[in-house]
Design a protein around this ligand. Structure first.
Ligand code: ATP
Ligand code: MG
Length: 389
């Protein structure tokens, strides 16, 4: 029996006139993502997107797994398709349902007729197919109130579709429907989670990473790339800018008071990121900061870094506890990579007693001996770009 993937979009349903724009974005993401699994046709009708393999070369399980990570999808399922004819339905569908029914005791059939010209009513379709399933699988019983599994038959324009339970989709909004933002990404637990959460809201990401060789190693940079690739599994290819940060950190070390090292370093990161982001068409910055987690994430410290950013700074983790962040980190399969013990530039020049309550103006005083503008320009001119899939 021919098999397809059926997709229901989620929040898209709320978008009124924008709906088809959102749907088209989602479909183009699906198309791009599934290309590597073999040729398919993709069609949409009645708020369902249907992915139909053109031949047997299509890697169905891998495609199904990938669809589970495409934002904008509320639910998806694999479905068998046969001719829109009652005897074909009864002949072919029970066999197709073998795997779905194998460990079950109770079931019920629900029928939906998108094509009202089909000469049987929904209750008749359910009753006929239910009876046929019972004949084929005598160990099963019908339970209309709380069945272990619901078999759904949909009579659509192009044929009759049958499926078991739907899988829950990735939710959120299709990539790119919320514009573009730049995420400051380290090798830690938080920033990959922040990236994932904003990508889930439809943001297309540029990743910016600050590296301080030889204080930070090539392995630390590889780790960051691996983390970005974990996020890219959800939102597609991400452009990465690696900013050389060694000179800036050394200059801070030479010319600034030690208790301000971290704050000034973060202010430089914000200044550079604002420019790189704007040059790449981004409308906001994203960080993995969570209120009070470390000295540089108190409200005064956050205002001291916001002060120098020319773009809004989005902090999706600001109200989350570490435990809540770790749950998401594990869900996106980033955690094991994040906890690998490679040094980040933030940990290289950590002051013993960092300032947690900088007052307005104090950071300017502390960085007055830095020749900021040329430092920023040299860092930006040394950026190396790559694309992470
Ligand atoms: P993370 O787990 O994301 O590393 P963290 O709790 O270790 O976060 P910090 O090291 O203080 O916190 O960094 C706060 C935020 O600053 C990070 O979430 C990230 O957005 C940004 N950041 C830190 N280090 C870098 C870096 N080397 N390159 C780019 N951004 C960074
Ligand atoms: Mg960190």
């Amino acid at each position: 029996m021919k098999e397809v993937i059926l997709i229901k979009d989620g929040e898209l349903a709320l978008k009124g006139l924008n709906r088809s724009v959102f749907e088209d974005k989602m479909i183009s993401t699906i198309k791009r993502r599934l290309k590597k699994y073999g040729p398919v046709t993709i069609s949409k009708a009645q708020s369902t997107v249907c992915i139909e393999p053109i031949d047997d070369s299509f890697n169905f399980p891998a495609a199904l797994d990938d669809v589970g990570r495409v934002f904008g999808i509320a639910a998806y399922s694999r479905a068998g398709v046969c001719e829109k004819d009652m005897s074909a339905i009864l002949r072919e569908m029970p066999g197709y349902l073998k795997d779905i029914l194998k460990d079950k005791k109770t079931f019920k059939v629900e029928a939906k007729r998108a094509d009202k010209s089909f000469p049987f009513t929904s209750p008749q379709i359910s009753a006929n197919l239910g009876g046929e399933i019972l004949k084929n699988y005598p160990y099963l019983m019908v339970d209309v109130h709380s069945p272990e599994t619901i078999i759904t038959v949909e009579i659509r324009e192009k044929g009759a579709y049958v499926r078991g339970a739907q899988y829950k989709g990735a939710g959120g909004l299709p990539t790119g429907t919320s514009g573009k933002a730049a995420v400051l990404i380290s090798g830690g637990i938080d920033s990959p989670v922040a990236s994932y959460l904003m990508a889930k809201r439809g943001v297309s990401l540029l990743a910016i990473h600050f590296a301080s060789p030889p204080y930070t190693s090539i392995r630390a940079e590889e780790k960051v790339k691996t983390l970005i690739s974990k996020v890219a599994r959800y939102c597609g290819t991400i452009k990465l800018a690696v900013v050389p940060f060694t000179e800036i950190q050394e200059e801070i070390g030479k010319h600034c008071p030690e208790d301000y090292f971290t704050l000034i370093m973060r202010r430089l990161m914000m200044r550079i990121s604002s420019r790189v982001a704007a040059d790449n068409g981004c409308l906001a910055l994203i960080t993995g900061e969570s209120l009070g987690q470390v000295a540089s994430q108190t409200l005064p410290a956050l205002s001291a870094t916001d002060e120098v950013s020319t773009l809004p700074v989005l902090r999706p983790l600001i109200g989350m506890d570490k435990e809540e962040i770790v749950v998401i980190s594990k869900k996106i399969d980033a955690f094991e990579t994040s906890i690998l013990p490679y040094e980040d530039c933030c940990t290289v020049f950590t002051p013993k007693h960092p300032h947690t309550k900088p007052k307005k103006g104090q950071c300017e005083m502390a960085e007055k001996d830095l020749d900021i503008e040329p430092l920023i320009e040299r860092a930006i001119s040394g950026i190396e770009y790559s694309f992470i899939e």
